[in-house]
Ligand binder design. Structure first.
Ligand code: IDP
Ligand code: MG
Length: 153
């Protein structure tokens, strides 16, 4: 099965509510590999580039305000069909509609404070990863030393 990389952002509400470990832990336990990770505050120009596809929509200003409102955790996850797998784990956009068992469905219910972003297609995943990470910041585990436990997922 095709190995893919996808970008996730634990949004400001996720960081503020202390849910970073819970959210990243779900991806780790599923077997996805964390190949990039940083804690940042997204500024307005970066938010506008990230959400360019939503420019002009009625919720755009609110969305930019939300994503720039506090620190976020940005990660790159790698694994078989990672884009689709991560989207399924995240759940529907509106937390009150998201199924139990998904991140949004288990951990959120309020409006559109929906905790997490995940890339929705191979093209957007590649674009979004390059927006936040240099090539050197996305790590290749196959170059780990002999002390690395081989055979782990
Ligand atoms: P997604 O995050 O599930 O992919 P999108 O439709 O791509 O959802 O929207 C991007 C983000 O914009 C959502 O996660 C949410 O934070 C915000 N958003 C979407 N629709 C609305 C809305 O109707 N009002 C306010 N914010 C919205
Ligand atoms: Mg989207």
């Amino acid at each position: 099965m095709a190995t893919e990389r996808t970008l996730i952002i634990v949004k400001p509400d996720g960081v503020q509510r202390g849910l970073v470990a819970e959210i990243l832990g779900r991806f780790e336990r599923r077997g996805l590999k964390l190949v990039g990770l940083k804690l940042v505050r997204i500024d307005r120009p970066l938010a506008e580039r990230h959400y360019a596809v939503h420019a002009g929509k009625f919720f755009y200003d609110e969305l930019v305000e939300y994503i720039t409102s506090g620190p976020v955790v940005i990660g790159v996850l790698e694994g078989p069909k990672a884009i689709e797998v991560v989207r399924a784990m995240i759940g529907k956009t509106r937390p009150n509609e998201a199924a139990s068992g998904t991140i949004r469905g288990d951990l959120a219910v309020e409006g559109l404070r929906n905790l997490i972003h995940g890339s929705d297609a191979p093209e957007t995943a590649a674009e979004e990863i390059s927006l936040y990470f240099s090539e050197a910041e996305v790590l290749d585990y196959s170059r780990s030393s002999e002390h690395w436990i081989t055979g782990a997922p």
